[in-house]
Design a protein. Structure first.
Length: 299
């Protein structure tokens, strides 16, 4: 009865390198199959792993009737050694596992260095290769006298299997400009928030102290018409900064607040006509936004 080797294979980079997102469930998913026959003392190089800047890992499940040796080798070194067999002894084999028939094989790989998975059949004229994959196989051995080792490789990919489609968010630029300071408030209007807790980010760089605030648009209009109402109106919001010249701040806004405006006003008296730099961004849904409603509670 012929027993095949089954290998569950994939290159696992770190979660952040894979772009794994919170709330999603990831598992190994079958990708493709490969069938190989190894003669006695023969080797086979599998797919090349290409870890990212944070390195990466790999996970393999092996089942075999006949012993094999597994190791990871730098792809460039392996290619050179195949052209010059005398270099085999000097290769740096990572995570070597010798003479296995059933095992879970894992290896942590270095950053930004392609690595190749190497399999060796451990038989030479019926004897194991006691020196491991570093041994040099003499040519001329009559391998046909020994039955081949049938190998099946089942490749898997690390894929999302649950909650894969989710709302996607990104920072959207609303305004970025230089403008001349005047006693009149500068207003940047925004549409109503699309979800509760939507973030608004403001960055200011000015030659004089400034007052910044995120307020409902109707309040911003009142302050624009009557700047003397600034103090009383700003008492209605927690999203404000006073006397600042260079800073960044962020505030959440809610759907019930309605349309919002960013207000910027130099602190009196205004004697300078120099320019201030202001940038406004908001973190909003850009894809699958209908799920924000469907995932919400209903009464």
């Amino acid at each position: 009865m012929k027993t095949s080797l089954t290998m569950t294979f994939a290159c696992v980079l770190s979660a952040w390198a894979w772009g794994q997102l919170p709330g999603r469930t990831y598992e190994w998913v079958r990708a493709s199959d490969e069938f190989v026959q190894l003669d006695a003392g023969d080797y086979y190089s599998g797919r090349v792993y290409r870890p990212g800047p944070d390195g990466g890992g790999m996970h393999i499940i092996v089942q075999a009737k006949l012993p094999i040796t597994l190791a990871m080798v730098a792809s460039s070194d392996w290619n050179n050694a195949r052209q010059h067999p005398e270099m085999m002894r000097d290769l740096n084999y990572r995570c070597m596992r010798e003479h296995v028939t059933s095992t879970t094989y894992e290896c942590q790989m270095p950053p930004n260095r392609p690595m190749v998975l190497v399999l060796y059949d451990d038989r030479v004229l019926g004897r194991p290769i006691l020196r491991g994959v570093g041994a040099i196989i003499e040519k001329g051995v009559v391998r046909k006298l020994i039955s081949p080792n049938d190998v099946q490789i089942i490749y898997h990919s690390w894929s999302c299997v649950a909650n894969c489609v989710q709302p996607e968010f990104k920072w959207i630029l609303l305004a970025k400009e230089k403008y001349e300071l005047t006693p009149t408030p500068k207003l940047y209007g925004m549409t109503a928030p699309e979800n509760d807790g939507q973030k608004v980010w403001v960055k200011i760089k000015a030659p004089v102290p400034m007052t910044l605030a995120i307020v409902p648009s109707n309040i911003a209009d009142q302050i624009y018409d009557r700047p003397d109402t600034l103090s009383s109106m700003l008492s209605q919001t927690a999203c404000k900064q006073r006397g600042v010249q260079s800073m960044e701040f962020e505030c959440p806004v809610n759907m019930a607040d309605g349309p919002q405006s960013v207000l910027a006003l130099p602190d009196p008296p205004v004697r300078s006509h120099k320019k201030a730099e202001l940038e406004v961004q908001t973190y909003k849904c850009v894809a699958n936004c209908d799920l924000l409603v469907s995932n919400g509670s209903t009464e």
